[in-house]
Each structure stands twice: as C-alpha cells, then as structure tokens.
Design a protein around this ligand. Structure first.
Ligand code: ATP
Ligand code: MG
Length: 227
C-alpha cells in the first residue's frame, strides 16, 4: 500500500477561551492518499477549518499526531513550520485574500518573492504559466478590484500552486461565488487533481463539490461521524 500523504492520529484541538476552552476537534483519525480528492462536510462550527489548518501546519494539535508527506508536524518549530507550509502546502480561502494593490501576477508571485534569488526556476515566468493554466493569461496586469469574484479565486488558486505543493487545502473555495462561477472553480480544482495528481482536501457546504469528491468525511462537534 502507498504511504498516505496525510495521516492524523487521534487529533484533539482545544482553543483557550478566557478561562474556559473550546474543543474544536476530538480524537480525529484519518488518512488522505496521494492524488485523492477528499471533501470535508459538516455544520458550521463542526471543526472543518480547524482540520484543514492542522493539515496545513497553520496550527498544531493540542494532542495527537499530524504527519504530512512523511513529516511529523509536531517536530517542526517556528521557521521550519513556515518553510514546510511554503514548500509543500497550498491554501485557497473563501474570501480569496488577495493583496488589493498588487496585480494578479504579483499576487501569484508574492509567497516566493522573498526567496526568488534561490529558486531553481524563474518566478515571473512560472506565475505567468499558472495564470495561463487557470484561464487568466490575459488578465495578469489587473488589480483584484478589476477582476470578478471567480477570477479573483482563480488568481488565489494560481498563487496556492506557485510553490508546487504536494497538498492543496481549500476552505469553502466556492462559498463566496454564485453557483455557475463556483462550478467553474470546482472544475478547475478537479482538473488539477485529475491531470496533475494534486491531492485536494476541500471543506465545503456545496453539494456539487461533494458529488465530485473521491471520498467525503462528515464532522459533527469535532468528530468524524458516519455519513
Ligand atoms: N481561534 C479560536 N478560538 C476559540 N475557538 C475557536 C477558534 N477557532 C475556532 N474555534 C471554535 O472551534 C469550533 C470549530 O470551528 P471551525 O472554524 O473549525 O468550524 P467550521 O466547521 O470551519 O465552521 P464553518 O462552517 O462556520 O466555517 C467552533 O466551535 C469555533 O467556535
Ligand atoms: Mg470554516
């Protein structure tokens, strides 16, 4: 059997809240195979974003282990965690999170600009190719405010791919788009998954996304429940 790309073992995540604490995940175990497209569903507050953040090394679990691409994230500290994210993970968010006064091209380049002198490829050329791949080859000079919502999300997807990640995490990527545009974004993600073998984990409320996924897990109160 091939090694899973993601392995979570009995993961609990608690957030401090004043003197109390909120348990966002309770003893979650799961694996994601390389090349798999996994949808994560569940009601608001059930722990979907928390799960993605832990897979993407944006946060560490309170208890349990998260292993991604053979690396136990609990062993990484500070800068090493940031390096890991930059080199292996791509994130796409509901609200795009583009920088308003940078062009589409600059937004795609941004994560790697501080490192551009030690890259083995030309950053601007790769950013142009990615914009081409997401169907925005002719929009690279536009500012985010000069792009539609769907186009902004395409820029965000190109940005997520700039570091050639092993794992793409998308947190409600179509949540802010109308259904037709959302469908186009989903087709794009699906194509990246199918044609480039990109492993995809998508938290979503969108039944069209769920229908296309290889597998679906449902969260409720921080636990995986049967569908
Ligand atoms: N930084 C935080 N501090 C305290 N509690 C938090 C924090 N982040 C999340 N929580 C709590 O953890 C639980 C899970 O939140 P999470 O954001 O993972 O849910 P979600 O499934 O993504 O919800 P939604 O569908 O609304 O995005 C919720 O009860 C939430 O209030
Ligand atoms: Mg969420």
């Amino acid at each position: 059997m091939t090694e899973p790309l993601v392995r979570m073992e009995d993961v609990t995540k608690e957030y401090p809240l004043g003197a109390a604490r909120v348990v966002a995940l309770r003893g979650v175990s799961l694996t994601v195979a390389p090349g798999e497209f996994l949808a994560v569903v569940g009601p608001s507050g059930s722990g979907k974003t928390t799960l993605l953040n832990l897979m993407g090394a944006l946060d560490l679990p309170t208890r349990g282990r998260v292993v991604v691409d053979g690396v136990d994230l609990g062993t990484l500290k500070g800068d090493r965690l940031a390096d890991f994210r930059r080199e292996r993970i791509g994130f796409v968010f509901q609200l795009f999170h583009l920088i308003p006064d940078l062009t589409a091209l600059e937004n795609v380049m941004v994560p790697l600009i501080p490192y551009r002198h030690r890259l083995k490829f030309n950053l601007e050329r790769r950013a142009r190719e990615l914009l081409e791949a997401v169907g925005l080859g002719d929009r690279w000079r536009h500012l985010p405010g000069q792009l539609s919502g769907g186009e902004q999300q395409r820029v965000a997807i190109a940005r997520a791919l700039i570091g050639n990640p092993r794992l793409l995490l998308a947190d409600e990527p179509t949540g802010n788009l109308d259904s037709r545009t959302g469908g186009e974004i989903m087709d794009l993600l699906r194509r990246l998954n199918r044609e480039h073998g990109l492993t995809l984990v998508v938290a979503t409320h969108n039944p069209d996304i769920v229908a296309q996924a290889d597998r679906v897990i449902r969260l409720r109160d921080g636990q995986i429940v049967a569908k």
